[in-house]
Design a protein around this ligand. Structure first.
Ligand code: BGC
Length: 498
């Protein structure tokens, strides 16, 4: 592999739901060997780093973000040996792999929680956050507002309430307990020793709770994350931490520290504003949020995305903007979930090839490293009949054979029917057609990779005198690139100063 410690600044990332990607053994579930078989496809697309959604044993109340064992792989995904084979094969192609590390909570089925609830004197009791009443930490918001009435749930066996920021089946760990802190470092060590290139650290703002605060982004949380980073730098240089903090830019900024906390952080607020720009035909909202985004240390990088496995979150917009986004992009109530929109990229953009390419032009040229959600490179659709976020986690559509080439068995997850079904829209067809969306995106990726300015360069807006055309200059070392995006339906004329 190319040995550059700042590799993530130039990389194109690709998020994979292993469950939905490729089944190698006909049991109906996507698995690690299936993903290994498809590495050549990802290589052809131009991907540098894969992010694996959780692959740990789990009761799947939250699609694997509810972990029951941090030291193994769910049987349907394969074995630790399959995992090592995947890493080896990926590395041979100069592709890195990062995986989800869920620090904030476990599954309620995790043996720690089972021991904790069964016995007040168990050493595991204090691994979680308990209370006799529901009165503590009232200022913490509820995140899954569609399903959770409270962040506290009564546990009959324990005889107390326990704290959880997500589903009740995901009790929060108590990071005030130094043994919990150690456990997570040991877990990280285990996967790093297997060769993983880093972690997407899930839901990090919520690690600690303090009365009188909203229990997000607390100094104690940053102190612990810095410790995790120091551990990685000391023992595993070149491996990265990617921060999932769905927060305003000024609140994400501290997660980069002085270059001693996270290497990368998702830029959540720019995402809905890209969709606003595409609909409004001007980029005022994008400009405003990027101007408000603080500078980050040289060694750090934003990670930008159009869609991911969750709902298109509308937490980082005003209530009026959220209403507008719902009206524009989620006309049917069942398209909404919590404070977001549970739809995929192509249907959101009316399956309009020009809009899809324009959105990728923004994704690949704005400051940061881009991440593509599996299937968006072929314009895959969604299935809003499926509950929760499952409608955007349907099987990858490889070809027009039964089940779209996802499995030779009975698929454990439902696919998409209709004109975006695998019979019409699939990888094989797009690979064979040089004018397909796949080839257009893979070409954009190749262009991006020829010019380090996209990952590393400074950015400056350029006045065009025409709000429909968003122009900016990227500059790095001897190279300067001018980028123009026409956000309107029609041809536009602009005048640019030299
Ligand atoms: C993940 C979600 C998950 C939640 C709880 C998030 O930020 O992206 O899919 O439900 O964390 O783990």
């Amino acid at each position: 592999m190319i040995n550059d410690e700042l590799w993530y600044k130039d990389a194109v990332f690709y998020e994979v739901a292993v469950r939905a990607f490729k089944d190698s053994n006909g049991d109906g579930h996507g698995d690690l060997t299936g993903l290994t078989e498809k590495l050549d496809y990802l290589y052809e697309l131009g991907v540098d780093c894969i992010w694996l959604m959780p692959i740990y044993p789990s009761p799947l109340n939250d699609d694997g973000y509810d972990i029951a064992n941090y030291y193994n792989i769910a049987a349907t995904f394969g074995t630790l040996d399959d995992f090592k084979a995947l890493i080896d094969e990926a590395h041979k192609r100069n592709i890195r792999i990062v995986m989800d590390l869920v620090l904030n909570h476990t599954s309620s089925e995790h043996p720690w929680f089972q021991a904790a609830r069964a016995d007040r004197n168990s050493p595991y009791r204090d691994y979680y956050v308990w209370s006799d009443t529901e009165d503590k930490y009232r200022d913490a918001r509820i995140i899954f507002i569609d399903t959770e009435p409270s962040n506290w749930t009564w546990d009959e066996l324990a005889g107390q309430y326990y704290w959880h920021r997500f589903y009740a089946s995901q009790p929060d760990l108590n990071f005030d307990n130094t043994r919990v802190q150690e456990e997570m470092i040991n877990i990280a060590r285990f996967w790093l020793d297997l060769g993983i290139d880093g972690f997407r650290a899930d839901a990090v703002p919520y690690l600690f709770e303090r009365e009188g605060t909203n229990c997000e982004n607390l100094p104690e949380t940053h102190a612990y994350l810095k410790r995790l980073r120091a551990f990685m730098d000391q023992n595993y240089p070149g491996r990265i931490l990617l921060c999932e903090a769905n927060q305003w830019p000024e609140d994400v900024r501290p997660y980069f520290g002085d270059g001693d906390e996270f290497h990368m952080g998702f830029h959540f607020p720019i995402m809905p504003r890209i969709f606003m720009a595409l609909k409004k035909g001007h980029a005022h909202d994008m400009i405003e949020i990027l101007d408000r985004t603080p500078a980050i240390p040289e060694s750090c990088q934003w990670c930008i995305f159009l869609r991911n496995h969750d709902e298109l979150t509308l937490e980082m917009v005003t209530p009026q903007e959220r209403q507008w986004m719902w009206e524009q992009y989620a006309p049917e109530p069942r398209m909404r979930l919590n404070l977001g929109i549970r739809r995929r990229l192509a249907p959101l953009l009316d399956n309009d090839r020009r809009k899809i390419e324009l959105s990728h032009s923004l994704l690949f040229t704005l400051p940061g490293s881009p991440i593509i959600y599996y299937g968006d490179e072929i314009g895959m659709g969604d299935n809003i009949d499926l509950p929760d976020r499952n409608g955007v986690r349907t099987p990858m559509q490889w070809d027009d054979s039964p089940n779209g080439g996802f499995t030779t068995g009975r698929p454990a997850i439902e696919s998409i029917a209709g004109k975006l079904g695998y019979q019409h829209l699939n990888v094989a067809r797009q690979l064979a057609d040089k004018d397909s969306l796949f080839h257009a995106i893979s070409k954009m990726i190749r262009v991006r990779k020829q010019h380090p300015v996209f990952g590393r360069g400074r950015m400056e807006w350029k006045e065009t005198g025409n709000p429909a055309v968003l122009a900016y200059r990227r500059e790095y070392q001897a190279e300067t690139i001018l980028i123009l995006n026409n956000l309107s339906e029609a041809s536009q004329t602009v005048r640019l100063e030299a």
